[in-house]
Design a protein around this ligand. Structure first.
Ligand SMILES: Cc1cc2nc3c(=O)[nH]c(=O)nc-3n(C[C@H](O)[C@H](O)[C@H](O)COP(=O)(O)O)c2cc1C
Length: 133
């Protein structure tokens, strides 16, 4: 399995992760659940109307954290907007419940992928493993 695939699989199986952004000098964090591997990149999804989207437009630096089966994953990097329609369609196919709120051409649905990312898997029993992508 490709390293970035391992990261996406962990996020998918965890179901929920927490996304931190920067708002001036104030960290902001909220639960997220979207994760998709598309064209070799790790994508998440949001709405352009949300504060989280505005924060990322002003400062792309972000970090996410998920926990599953005694292991936790942190992914730190930049989240980059991608208006590729295929990425939106693929996300809606993977997570059909999003179709109640978003569609590829609604002007709101936003796909963001990780750039300059370092993903670290940690646990209390094993040495941390870091993957860069
Ligand atoms: C379990 C769970 C998963 C969520 N996943 C997402 C997601 O993938 N994308 C998204 O935009 N909002 C998601 N939300 C909703 C956001 O947490 C919520 O809209 C939040 O207020 C956005 O942050 P903001 O208020 O700073 O913009 C999720 C909420 C929950 C409870």
């Amino acid at each position: 399995m490709e390293n970035v695939e391992k990261v996406c699989q962990f996020l998918t199986e965890a179901g929920v992760y927490y996304l931190a952004t920067v708002d001036g000098d104030q960290p902001r964090v909220r639960p997220f659940g979207t994760a998709l591997l598309y064209g070799g990149k790790l994508y998440i999804q949001t709405g352009k109307v949300k504060d989280v989207s505005k924060q990322l437009a002003a400062n792309a630096k972000a970090e996410i954290c998920a926990f599953k089966d005694g292991k936790w994953l942190r992914v730190a990097g930049e989240l980059v907007n991608d208006d590729d329609r295929g990425a939106k369609v693929a996300m809606l196919e993977k997570m059909p419940s999003l179709k109640a709120m978003y569609s590829p051409d609604d002007g709101n649905m936003q796909m963001l992928y990780f750039r300059n990312a370092a993903a670290t898997f940690s646990s209390f029993t094993e040495a941390p493993e870091t993957i860069c992508f």
